[in-house]
Write a protein that binds this ligand. Structure first.
Ligand SMILES: [Zn+2]
Length: 432
């Protein structure tokens, strides 16, 4: 009887092993397809730290888009046929669903590059596995009225807001000191809850001429390059936002944990490549934005700003609370940015009208509105990954008990989410 049980376990182990070997082969073919997209779409391959030979081979082959599409169709069928049993462990099932869905997004992006036109919502559903809610102009009226009262005067509200913010610009010669202090603060808080490899680190570079304000380029081996765009003045709130979002516990930590848990521990090589226009981006941006609040709940943040960052930037710490009150209101206009992008991508308004919409309903100053329209030109429906992504991630962590009044659980659920391949449509549903 005992010998029989051992034999059965042996057979089961062999089946699991064969399944995982089959998935590894499918995963490698997916990696090669993602890499093959690179020459057709400069923004597509955001990170790759798998075997350099795979990239060399793919580059040498110069795969045309039509061929990528055919290979992706074949691969999709084989992945569908390799579905694990419903009784398989959760991570095995997540791996399979994730690979299938990521490949679907690749096929959509390839179709877009060959001329397929999608509406904003069709595109976000296909690429990011989510659709952002729509909002009418009137829905922003309450917040705009509250800001009118908070920033009284004549002239457009956006100008008064811009004027109000002047006082909170980080002087250029203090930028690096302020960012270093912010990164140290974010890292220290993250390390209290998440164990990271001892040799993880990132470098910061200051750049110009970009449509984004900050970017994390993950390089593998637990290293990131973080770039900060200095085209426009940088306000003090961006220090913690960028340090958490790009670094700890945001993109850098997310990539380090995927590399540790999935690529190195399990040999799941499909996670060594990150295609930007894919569901992975909603999870990446959503966790990076929610991570700001996880690391710095409001009162902690205000204290850190007053005691550390405002002095480092030589700004008046007594003004911090008032500044963050106004920012909390402006943050509620974030979905106005999705509306501008949706109408613009759908061809209902032109670039100029999109910039005007951002000024009026999102309180972007003119240069920032123009920078944002360039971002929408480049990344299109990607914009939803920041605000909808954050809200979906927050709801997921909340629903699993990681509420604001239970920080230990909040960190644990957050870490769990950034260590596993979960799709946006697989997040716990919003309960409120
Ligand atoms: Zn980001």
């Amino acid at each position: 009887m005992r010998r029989m049980a051992v034999a059965v376990i042996g057979v089961l182990a062999a089946i699991v092993h064969a399944q995982s070997t089959a998935m590894n082969t499918l995963g490698e073919r997916y990696v090669r397809l993602v890499l093959a997209m690179g020459p057709h779409d400069a923004d597509y391959v955001d990170a790759y730290y798998g075997p350099p030979a795979w990239r060399r081979e793919v580059d040498a082959e110069k795969v045309p888009l039509a061929q990528i599409t055919i290979r992706a169709e074949t691969l999709a069928k084989e992945i569908a046929a390799a579905a694990p049993a419903a009784s398989a462990d959760e991570l095995t099932r997540l791996r399979h669903q994730y690979l299938a869905r990521q490949l679907d997004a690749l096929r959509t992006r390839a179709a877009m590059l060959t001329g397929t036109r999608l509406s904003f919502d069709e595109e976000s559903k296909a690429l990011y596995d989510a659709v952002a809610p729509t909002h009418a102009e009137a829905e922003f009226a309450g917040v705009l009225a509250a800001l009118e009262a908070r920033l009284p005067g004549s002239g457009p509200l956006v100008d008064r807001y811009d004027q109000f913010r002047q006082e909170f610009i980080i002087p250029k010669d203090r930028l690096d000191a302020v960012f270093t202090a912010a990164i140290d603060g974010c890292r220290a808080r993250t390390l209290q809850h998440i164990q990271l490899p001892p040799d993880e680190r990132f470098t910061v570079e200051y750049v110009t001429g970009k449509s984004w304000s900050g970017y994390n380029w993950y390089q593998g081996n637990f290293r990131s390059l973080i770039q900060v765009n200095t085209d426009l003045p940088i306000y003090i709130d961006r220090a913690v936002d960028l340090a958490c979002h790009e670094g700890y516990p945001g993109h850098h930590v997310y990539n380090v944990l995927l590399e540790t848990n999935l690529v190195r521990d399990r040999g799941w090589m499909e996670f060594s490549v990150y295609p930007l226009f894919s569901p992975q981006s909603l999870i990446a941006e959503g966790t990076a934005n929610f991570g700001i609040e996880v690391a710095f709940p409001r009162s902690d943040r205000l204290e850190f700003e007053r005691l550390v960052l405002f002095p480092a930037a030589q700004l008046n710490p007594e003004r911090a609370a008032g500044y963050y009150d106004v920012l909390a209101l402006v943050d509620r206009l974030s979905y106005a940015g999705n509306e501008a992008a949706r109408r613009y991508i759908n061809g209902q308004i032109d670039a100029r009208a999109a910039a005007e919409w951002l000024e009026k309903y999102g309180l972007y100053s003119r240069p920032r509105a123009e920078q944002r329209v360039r971002f929408i030109d480049q990344y299109r429906s990607y914009v939803i990954n920041y605000n909808l992504g954050k809200d979906l991630v927050a709801a997921h962590v909340d629903a699993r008990g990681g509420t604001a009044d239970n920080p230990a659980r909040r960190w644990a659920e957050f870490e769990q989410l950034i260590s596993s391949p979960r799709l946006p449509s697989g997040l716990a549903p919003r309960t409120r």
